[in-house]
Design a protein around this ligand. Structure first.
Ligand code: PLP
Length: 386
């Protein structure tokens, strides 16, 4: 069993932008039976601990804490650093990134993105830093790894924390030179001060709902205990509660799904890679369609397949509607930009981030999941070329 052909048996129209990858049902069933026997359903049970260890190894990170979902993980790691004031982030992301900042009582400041890969543009950072800036929260959007060297440099100069939204970057590595000049591969979850991963059903690797915070810097090992307490109501002992935590615990059913999926995720990523190649091959040279160019010194998990369409919003929406009419449902990830949301419009203006605005108005994220058939990819491409 490869976790792909079993899924494909049920391919159907409509073709959605993504589809949850499932392990063989018998494997999940076997673990669920064990949960029924033990009656340990949540609160850091056996599967929680097994998944935590497995993911730590898979992501190659120094530290990792599991959470009920990625959003709560992000809220709680921001809380863990005790930030005050402003956090610089990108408007070209999912709502969660900015909400996590605001729900911590911090003010988001929006930085524009890079033309080549849609990630935060470090050259525009400096101008946004004030005496109130506490941190930078960049996003490895679509799994495209940020310009972390330049971001780090600015952060160090100004004494800022860097927390990555790595929701899209499961399993990715960067290649870099050690001080001795040797090349090494490093899990992206080691970058900055901490990273958040999402294991939502629609992500490359999932636990139904779930997430994690990871870190690589030994100075941040305090996160280990602190995040554990924050996700468990701030409880520090049978009769003591020392901080204002919440409930961020991952339950055993979700952890069990993660344990099953971990065995198959490499195959799923490889299948995504082959389909990505097929899209790129089919659409190479197609007029008015541009692919992004992620950095070449990072591996890719092929989480998404975004294309930028020439001709502005009207043209993009027209292509979107005509694909929908054929039973193909791409998504406008990410439209609108966060700085155009009704809840944030009062204190920001999307015209301040023109590249992000243009991206959001011209992007279409095409269907991509491991068991998508090549025939469907070909059909989508020929529809696009019309
Ligand atoms: C999915 C996602 C999140 C939130 O993760 P959940 O696990 O759904 O809570 C945060 N940021 C980005 C960029 C995401 O795509």
């Amino acid at each position: 069993m490869d976790g792909i052909s079993e899924n494909r048996k049920t391919e159907e129209t409509p073709v959605l932008v993504t589809r949850a990858s499932m392990p063989p049902v018998e494997e999940y069933e076997a673990l669920v039976r064990r949960i029924f026997e033990s009656r340990w359903l949540t609160n850091m049970g056996e599967f929680h601990e097994e998944l935590k260890a497995g993911l730590k190894e898979k992501l190659g990170v120094r530290g990792l804490e599991l959470f009920v979902n990625g959003h709560t993980a992000l809220e709680m790691v921001i809380q863990a650093f005790g930030l005050r004031g402003e956090v610089i982030t990108t408007p070209f992301t999912f709502a969660s990134t900015v909400h996590a900042i605001v729900r911590n009582g911090l003010r988001p400041v929006f930085c524009d993105i890079r033309e080549e890969d849609g990630t935060l543009d470090p050259e525009k950072l400096e101008a946004l830093i004030t005496k109130d800036t506490a941190a930078i929260l960049p996003v490895h959007v679509y799994g495209n790894i940020c310009a972390y060297e330049a971001i780090d440099r600015v952060a160090k100069e100004h004494g800022l924390k860097v927390i990555y939204d790595a929701a899209h970057a499961f399993g990715e590595t960067i290649c870099r030179k050690t001080p001795e000049g040797r090349e090494e591969k490093l899990g992206v979850g080691n970058l900055g001060d901490a990273s958040m991963f999402s294991f939502h059903a629609t992500k490359v690797f999932h636990t139904i709902e779930g997430g994690a915070v990871t870190w690589g810097n030994p100075e941040n090992d305090f996160l280990e205990g602190l995040l554990y307490r924050l996700k468990n109501f701030g409880i520090t002992g049978k009769e003591s509660v020392e901080l204002v935590g919440g409930n961020g615990k991952m339950n055993e059913f979700c952890a069990a799904m993660g344990i099953c999926n971990l065995k198959y995720v490499d195959g799923w990523i490889a299948a995504r890679g082959r389909l990505t190649e097929r899209y790129r091959g089919n659409l190479a040279g197609a007029k008015g369609i541009r692919f992004l160019s992620p950095r070449q010194d990072a591996s890719s998990n092929h989480a998404y397949l975004p294309v930028l369409l020439e001709g502005g919003k009207a043209r993009r929406d027209e292509v979107f509607d005509s694909l929908c009419a054929e039973g193909i449902f791409p998504r406008k990830y990410f439209y609108p930009c966060a700085n155009a949301y009704a809840c944030y419009r009062e204190f920001c203006d999307e015209r301040e981030t023109p590249v992000a605005k243009r991206f959001s108005e011209s992007v279409l994220t095409l269907p991509l999941y491991p068991d998508l058939s090549e025939e469907t990819v070909d059909r989508i491409c020929s529809l696009l070329q019309k």
